[in-house]
Ligand binder design. Structure first.
Ligand code: MG
Length: 263
């Protein structure tokens, strides 16, 4: 497909599901073209939701983070793995309780769905990225899972990129519990298509009218493909053009950055 034809097809979409890190910003640095893209979405009256696998911030906090970078996007345009986890548990087991290892945003998402904290006999042990991780909580979580609680990870990422290197993410933090209990966690965030289905519901669009925009083949692009929507891989994050060939699937479109969509 010729480049202009490709861009026209992306621009004609009614809705956009966009990843954040590696697409809009990298850590606390706004990426080139991100402002132009977000302003275009708003000006054109596009429907859009930012999807993030990070359960560490609430939609309100994400809105404030973009505000500090000079972008004005209201909290209802964000959907996090914490919200998807809460929605999943509330559907699976209404009125259930959980023991949580994670940041306040994860607990808040659970409370918002009527899931309350329980460190005695919870239905679930739920884990998401956190810097307050320690032996005591680990020991408690292992005892609870051995006692019958189901193990849930907000997202499967094993590492998160920081300004100074990498930090262990949910997949790494939950591994000791899996090993000590012999139980495998169920992960809710991307590439689980649940995240995108919730995003679609929020948009109120059919998958054929939506483009998934992301920087990772193994989370964003695969989830978009499995949800039957057009996928746009951006090279502004963790994936280089030559990496794409090593996957058994491919995105519909590859662009250098999100600004290319509106150039
Ligand atoms: Mg990303």
């Amino acid at each position: 497909m010729e480049r202009n034809e490709m861009l026209a097809r992306i621009r004609a979409k009614e809705g956009f599901l966009c990843d954040m890190d590696g697409v809009i910003y990298h850590g606390n640095r706004l990426l080139d073209g991100a402002s132009a893209f977000v302003n275009w979405l708003i000006r054109e009256g596009k429907k859009f939701v930012f999807l993030t696998n990070s359960p560490e911030r609430t939609p309100h906090e994400l809105s404030m983070k973009l505000e500090r970078m000079g972008l004005s996007v209201s909290p209802d345009h964000f959907y996090t793995s914490a919200q998807a986890t809460a929605a999943f548990l509330a559907t699976q087991n209404p009125g259930c309780t959980a023991y949580v290892i994670g940041e306040a945003a994860l607990s808040k998402a659970l409370y918002d769905k009527g899931i309350y904290m329980n460190d005695v006999n919870p239905d679930y042990v739920v884990l998401g990225e956190t810097r307050t991780y320690g032996f005591e909580k680990l020991e408690k979580a292992i005892a609870l899972v051995r006692g019958g609680a189901k193990l849930i990870g907000a997202n499967p990422d094993t590492v998160g990129v920081t300004e100074t290197g990498v930090m262990p993410a949910t997949g790494s933090l939950i591994a000791p519990i899996e090993i000590a209990t012999g139980k495998k966690a169920y992960f809710v965030g991307k590439p689980n298509p649940l995240m995108l289905r919730h995003g679609l519901n929020k948009l109120g669009c059919h998958s054929a009218d939506v483009a998934l925009v992301g920087d990772r083949m193994d989370t964003d692009i695969i989830a978009g493909i499995e949800s039957n929507m057009d996928t746009v891989l951006l090279l502004s994050g963790v994936t280089a053009r030559e990496d794409v060939e090593s996957f058994p699937y491919r995105p519909n479109f590859i662009l250098d950055g999100v600004g290319d969509i509106v150039k």
